[in-house]
Design a protein around this ligand. Structure first.
Ligand SMILES: C[S@@+](CC[C@H](N)C(=O)[O-])C[C@H]1O[C@@H](n2cnc3c(N)ncnc32)[C@H](O)[C@@H]1O
Length: 345
């Protein structure tokens, strides 16, 4: 008779670490305080990047109406909304589940926030529903939040295995697995260069397309990360070396996420409608994490209808040391021109 299989026992601190992460994700106050005391962002929480300069430049005043296009964990939103009463903040996010969690967490603070589970490309519709022609200021902090990255089931994570999904709005569109199955080598290589600045775009695209046309295509984030590592001549089990050094598949994941969610199209649509919905003198702030997004924002904010305030503000070394997710952030801020010709252009 076969001997009974013993449950695997983990040596060292690993299981304790996982248990701690689950406590952080459940919002256990002591686990959250312990993570913050270690200088880390607790799992399931997002630290707002460049918060002080954003507050200084958007300069929210009582009675004003501002829009936060990307509510996420509500860090920027709460700090802005605190200063707006009797005005308010209109907050949008594509991710219904995270938006509901954030609003539930902010509820005790009774902040003047009206939330909409909406794509910011649909800003005119939201403002129409709110009975507003224009707003005094707007923030867009692009990309994904730490909460989305920390939940393996969303499929964004290189660290924790999950299904190949990557949709910000999990109720619409195609998961990454279906999107990848339709790609050609040339198309994918081009996209990895455009959205990921990936220097090894071609070998990665060849390996990915071959795998997705094969009998056993990758089904999980870890399988895709391993495939990319192998295409780069690395051990497929390669992990992120440290919080400050990106995983070798990070650029590929970013590019796929941007394509699956049509992120550049959404940003282009927002930038197009922006001048018509920000009042003269109103300010807008964009936090980008990728050179392509940065260029789109810069091109829009250097048009005559805007007066650029800053086009390339980066987080300090201290901020990056305490929050490595800030490392590629760039802030651009502009004011809607006051002059009559520009204001109606
Ligand atoms: C970097 S996080 C924002 C973090 C937030 N500023 C904070 O302080 O917690 C980006 C958020 O934007 C959302 N998002 C991305 N694209 C969007 C779009 N087109 N429309 C609305 N929300 C979007 C994501 O779901 C995510 O929650």
């Amino acid at each position: 008779m076969e001997p009974p299989v013993r449950r695997k026992r983990y040596p060292g601190t690993h299981p304790r670490r996982l248990e701690e992460k689950y406590k952080e994700l459940r919002g256990d106050p002591e686990a959250l305080a312990r993570a913050e005391a270690r200088g880390q962002t607790p799992a399931g929480r997002h630290r707002p990047i460049l918060l002080d300069p954003i507050l200084a430049w958007l300069d929210p005043q009582p009675g004003q109406i501002l829009v936060d296009c990307t509510l996420g964990g509500g860090g920027h939103a709460a700090a802005l909304a605190e200063r707006l009463a009797p005005g308010r903040l209109i907050a949008l996010d594509l991710d219904k589940a995270e938006l509901a969690r954030t609003m539930a967490r902010l509820e005790p603070q009774e902040l003047p926030i009206t939330a909409h589970a909406m794509n910011f490309a649909g800003l005119p519709k939201v403002l129409e529903a709110e009975g507003l022609r224009g707003v005094d200021g707007l923030l867009a902090d692009l990309g994904v939040s730490s909460m989305q990255l920390d939940r393996p089931e969303r499929g964004f994570s290189l660290k924790n295995d999950g299904p190949l999904d990557m949709r910000l709005d999990a109720s619409r569109g195609q998961p990454a697995s279906e999107w990848l199955a339709r790609q050609t080598v040339e198309g994918l290589a081009e996209l990895l260069m455009a959205y990921g600045d990936e220097p090894a775009a071609l070998p990665i695209a060849e390996a990915v397309v071959e795998a997705f046309h094969g009998k056993r295509p990758p089904r999980s984030t870890r399988a895709l990360a391993g495939l990319v590592a192998r295409a780069l001549g690395l051990d497929p089990a390669t992990r992120q070396a440290s919080a400050f050094k990106a995983h070798p598949a990070a650029r590929t994941f970013q590019a796929i996420r941007m394509a699956v969610n049509r992120e550049p199209d959404n940003l282009t649509a927002l930038l197009r409608v922006l001048p018509a919905h920000v009042l003269p003198g109103g300010r807008v702030a964009f936090l980008t994490f990728h050179s392509g997004e940065e260029r789109l924002v810069k091109a829009a904010l250097t048009e005559p209808r805007w007066e650029a305030i800053t086009l390339d503000l980066r987080p300090s070394a201290d901020e990056v040391a305490s929050n490595p997710r800030a490392r590629s952030a760039r802030l651009q801020v502009a004011r809607r021109a006051l002059d009559a010709h520009a204001a109606t252009a």
